[in-house]
Design a binder for this molecule. Structure first.
Ligand code: GAL
Length: 655
């Protein structure tokens, strides 16, 4: 459990650095991330490096025993570079180019820009790669932020064509795979294939899907080019990238494959995130100052798997931020709580953004651990408290890594892309559905691993698949081999890998273990809400429903009032034929969890549990005081069972 901070020495007079470093160490900070936006200071003119300031900054921090995470500065190319190569500015879907004057103004497909990135990374790594205080390297910053993954430049078009050739072999196979006979969309050659932009109506969904796969691979290869340089010149230190919350534009499992990163890190802004995701207004209002209790946990559990068990929070909200529609001050306690929450979900390090609020430029209204006048902010005081508690507790300092959770939730990036490409109904968003399943389980005290469809699922007792667009035989083999309970949500198995409806109808290959067929699907405007009851819980379908035929062997557990099947199963495999109201999801998932032999808790509103290293942590995000469900003889290592808003406690599980 270590605490870090993001620091920008280039934004402050040098006379402040030594005092900053001393105060960081005093506060209990162990890691400092620097340099990720400082290209214009590292190389003020083409080929003229100025390392003196960075040398000093590193030495000043190292002198206080601080460990340094160095960022490559490629998210903010300097003006001289843009002037020399204006083609490196990104082209948007409407054909216009973005301008210089903020950040992330580069085309990820630009080969000249990629060369520049390799060059500056190499120059940095040659200078600092073996510095004893530099313990990790971050590539770029938040790849894809500000909608910068898709690129519609001529360079992107050329690289897309090459990517398609690699995937499809011949243009005839591509025409067949995409169904290009439809509307005379057939291509004579790979060189004639354009980017899916500026078409009068929808582009071919298979074209869009391959474009998204291609762009996702571009993000991964952009990182990998830098990672390769770092591995050569900075051997033995962690290479990482800081991912974002609720972000699905590239496939993070593919990004992280083959040891491309040593640890997954992500940037957690829970209150702002709560404002911008598809939650009901009542939840946004209830949790406006604490953030929704599952918003951070969802990404902690996702990035833990992406990092192969190792994850950090690289940027943690430390007070009000500047980028959501509304940016309230967090409730007292939350800045401390978020650190413990991340640790309980397995984080090794929680690093706050940022050391001091910057009084100028774009992020003036973004808090830090210090106010612009250098006084510790309210969030800074909470971090000092957490750091002190950890320093004084042998148990917290030496907490073991998390072990496998009993429940797996399969999360799939391609499913997100496919349902974005053919949403069919305005309210249908796959990630929101996945989050809905996740929170229904978390509300009942369960620990969850969020994993890829390619993960080994054989050790879980309950596997939840909110949806999975493409289900292949290998996935069904996993179901056959396991003895877990499996729950599938709507639209599972609804497409082939080429984006067509399976010949046997959805759910495609899943029919091997679940004898049913989806005959028709409907998206639902808010006034269409087919009703159903499961036991004594009543609710409706929302956004989406399927008309399903139960084939011999399938058992129908619940029907909509108009007679269509809502819940079906065959043995351990269950199918939910609609997006349901929350209480119904909770009921369906708790029935499956009980069938899997799991113990459920009925937690007060806003209370959540997480288990790590023989401890159970409880967090109160709710408005009311709540009592954590600790056993009577529990031995507390942090706090106590009675929790006000923003409080946390942890106890040792009785042997
Ligand atoms: C992140 C970004 C940081 C900072 C922060 C503000 O997305 O990585 O550089 O802009 O947001 O919340």
């Amino acid at each position: 459990m270590q605490i870090g901070v993001c620091y920008y020495p280039e934004q402050w007079p040098r006379t402040m650095w030594a005092d900053d470093a001393r105060r960081m160490a005093e506060l209990g900070i162990s890691h400092v991330r620097i340099a990720e936006f400082a290209w214009s200071r590292m190389e003020p003119r083409a080929g003229e490096y100025d390392w003196t300031w960075l040398d000093d900054a590193i030495e000043t921090l190292a002198a206080q025993g601080l460990k340094i995470v160095l960022g490559t500065p490629t998210a903010s190319p300097p003006k001289w570079l843009v002037e020399r190569d204006p083609e490196m500015l990104p082209v948007r879907a409407d054909g216009t180019r973005w301008n210089y004057g903020s950040r992330r103004h580069y085309d990820i497909a630009s080969e000249t820009y990629r060369k520049e990135c390799i060059r500056i990374t190499k120059a940095m790594a040659q200078r600092y790669g073996r510095h004893p205080a530099v313990v990790a390297w971050q590539t770029d910053n938040e790849l894809g932020c500000h909608d910068t993954v898709p690129s519609y430049s001529p360079a992107a078009q050329r690289r897309f064509q090459a990517w398609l050739q690699q995937r499809h072999g011949s243009v005839e196979s591509l025409n067949t795979a995409w169904g290009n006979v439809f509307w005379s969309m057939e291509y004579p050659a790979f060189e004639s294939i354009g980017l899916p932009m500026l078409t009068p109506t929808d582009a071919n969904p298979s074209h869009l899907l391959d474009f998204r796969r291609y762009m996702s691979d571009e993000v991964a290869s952009f990182h990998r080019e830098q990672a390769d340089v770092l591995r050569r010149h900075a051997p033995g230190v962690d290479v990482l990238h800081n991912f974002m919350g609720f972000f699905t534009t590239f496939d993070h499992y593919r990004f992280a494959a083959d040891k491309a990163i040593d640890v997954a890190t992500w940037d957690s802004y829970p209150i702002a995130r709560t404002e911008v995701i598809g939650l009901p207004e009542a939840d946004k209002a209830r949790y406006a100052r604490t953030a929704h209790p599952d918003v951070s946990a969802f990404d902690h559990d996702r990035y833990r798997a992406i990092g192969g068990g190792r994850f950090w929070v690289m940027e943690q909200q430390a007070g009000p931020v500047n980028w959501a529609p509304w940016n309230p001050v967090p409730a007292p306690g939350m800045v401390r709580l978020w650190a413990y929450e991340a640790f309980a979900h397995g984080a090794e390090l929680v690093s706050y953004f940022r050391w001091r609020q910057c009084p100028y430029a774009q992020e003036q209204m973004h808090s830090g651990l210090n106010l612009p006048n250098n006084e510790l902010s309210p969030g800074g005081k909470e971090v000092a408290r957490a750091a002190q508690e950890i320093a004084q507790s042998e148990v917290l300092r030496t907490l073991a890594a998390p072990v496998r959770a009993p429940v797996a939730l399969v999360f799939d990036y391609e499913t997100q892309w496919m349902f974005e490409i053919q949403r069919h109904g305005a309210g249908f968003d796959y990630q929101t559905l996945a989050f809905e399943y996740y929170r229904a389980l978390r509300e009942q005290g369960l620990d969850i691993d969020i994993v890829s469809r390619h993960a080994d699922l054989s050790h879980y007792r309950l596997v939840v698949v909110p949806s999975l667009a493409v289900i292949d035989d290998a996935f069904v083999d996993q179901i056959e081999r396991s003895d877990a309970q499996w729950v599938f949500g709507p639209r599972s198995g609804s497409r082939t890998a080429d984006f067509a409806i399976p010949g046997t109808l959805p759910p495609g290959a899943l029919q091997r273990v679940l004898p049913l067929q989806v005959l028709e699907v409907e998206s639902l405007r808010p006034t269409l809400a087919p009703a159903l009851s499961v036991g004594d819980v009543h609710g409706t379908a929302l956004h989406w429903r399927e008309h399903v035929r139960a084939n011999p062997g399938a058992h129908v557990h619940a029907e909509f009032a108009d007679g269509w099947a809502a819940l079906l199963s065959h043995g351990r495999v269950h199918y939910v034929a609609a997006w349901l109201t929350h209480d119904l999801h909770r009921t369906v998932l708790s029935d499956a969890a009980r069938a899997a032999g799991l113990t459920l808790q009925s937690l007060p509103e806003g209370l959540r549990l997480a288990r790590r290293g023989g401890l159970t942590f409880a967090f109160n995000f709710g408005e009311a005081r709540a009592i954590a469900p600790a056993p009577a003889n529990a031995q507390f290592v942090l706090g106590e069972a009675s929790l006000g808003t923003g409080d946390v406690c942890a106890w040792r599980d009785p042997q």
